[in-house]
Design a binder for this molecule. Structure first.
Ligand SMILES: Cc1cc2nc3c(=O)[nH]c(=O)nc-3n(C[C@H](O)[C@H](O)[C@H](O)COP(=O)(O)O)c2cc1C
Length: 317
């Protein structure tokens, strides 16, 4: 296949502008190294890792692949300074920050030569990320799995809005799982795509097999954005989700919701495979795929489909 080059492939020194999202309880060194090895960009999800665990994953990822990889740092969790220190000690070259203000950490990382990308859900936040010195943004739409913006702007609307608002490159996220969706995002002006849900259902993801199975069985309408009062998050509609909805209907306070959620809920669902009591973060796109694949095949398939569409935009597959 012809070599491809744009601002995103150059920024990360990768073959294809396909990025595997950093995801709590799903993206450890096995997944990140498999994606990087296949020519995309793999990202370790540090949000579910203590600093020492993150160090171990970085080291294992380095020994598994000599290709570039990154670390995602959700800024809403404690111990951010410790995570950043590990990233700098281990000389990780790419960091994706999310769920917080990019102001504090972007300059610290940039001073050490790290490429910094921030995840945004609106053009207002995209402009802020650009002002803070970020090298690119991920514009993540309402369809996406996991934490999400309050604005509920869909990927279809968000991408052109962000592309028009800033000069740095835009990576599209939210609802992307195949080459058609990648093509749509690129036509809207994105220069790369970040996929989360699709990679949850990969062989190398550290998510529990029960969760992977549930993801590939998901149908349209099986996910919903909830907990807007606290931190909006798109979840699978299981018993835990219904408990959250019931608590919200009864007028639960932020503190009560936080207590119901706890940090352990996400681990229980996505890592331990408790499909009833656990929190299951996943995007709408889970309705569109039905197989657990090796991560490298996901990268290759999306890239192949994208290229087929470049040659023949009306092709069906
Ligand atoms: C299981 C799961 C965990 C996630 N955890 C994180 C996270 O720790 N940090 C983050 O920035 N985004 C997280 N996200 C969002 C992804 O990074 C990504 O932007 C999103 O999944 C893209 O939308 P998609 O699910 O439609 O592909 C998570 C998503 C999922 C599905």
């Amino acid at each position: 296949m012809a070599t491809f080059s744009n601002r995103i492939t150059k920024l990360f020194d990768i073959d294809y502008p396909i990025i595997q999202a950093g995801m709590i309880w799903a993206s450890g060194w096995r997944l990140a190294s498999a994606v990087s090895h296949a020519g995309g960009l793999g990202i370790l999800g540090s949000g579910s890792m203590y600093p020492d665990v993150l160090r171990e994953h970085i080291r294992k990822c380095k020994s598994a692949t000599n290709r570039p990889f990154g670390v995602n740092v959700p800024l809403l969790y404690p111990d951010i300074d410790k995570h950043i220190q590990v990233i700098l000690d281990e000389k990780v070259k790419i960091v994706f920050t999310s769920a917080g203000n990019p102001k504090t950490w972007t300059s610290v990382l940039k001073e050490k030569g790290v490429t910094v990308v921030h995840v945004v859900s609106s053009s207002k936040f995209a402009m802020k990320a650009e002002e803070c010195g970020c090298d690119a943004v991920v514009a993540e739409g309402f369809e996406a799995g996991g934490h999400n913006g309050r604005e509920e702007t869909t990927t279809m609307v968000l991408i052109p809005a962000v592309v028009d608002a800033i000069k740095i490159p835009v990576i599209a996220a939210g609802g992307i799982g195949d080459g058609r969706q990648m093509m749509a995002a690129m036509v809207l002006g994105a220069e790369g795509v970040q996929m989360g849900s699709r990679f949850v259902a990969s062989e190398e993801a550290s998510s529990h097999i029960n969760f992977k199975q549930k993801v590939i069985e998901a149908q349209e309408g099986d996910t919903q954005l909830t907990l807007k009062q606290l931190t909006p998050v798109r979840l699978m509609k299981n018993k835990f989700f219904q408990d959250v909805q019931a608590a919200q209907l009864k007028g639960a306070t932020k503190e009560e919701l936080a207590a119901l959620l706890g940090r352990a809920r996400a681990k229980k669902g996505m890592h331990e495979g408790d499909l009833e009591e656990g929190e299951l973060e996943i995007g709408q796109v889970s309705a569109l795929f039905d197989s657990i694949l090796p991560a490298g095949d996901i990268v290759k398939n999306v890239w192949k489909e994208f290229n087929e569409l470049l040659l023949n935009p009306v092709k069906k597959f």
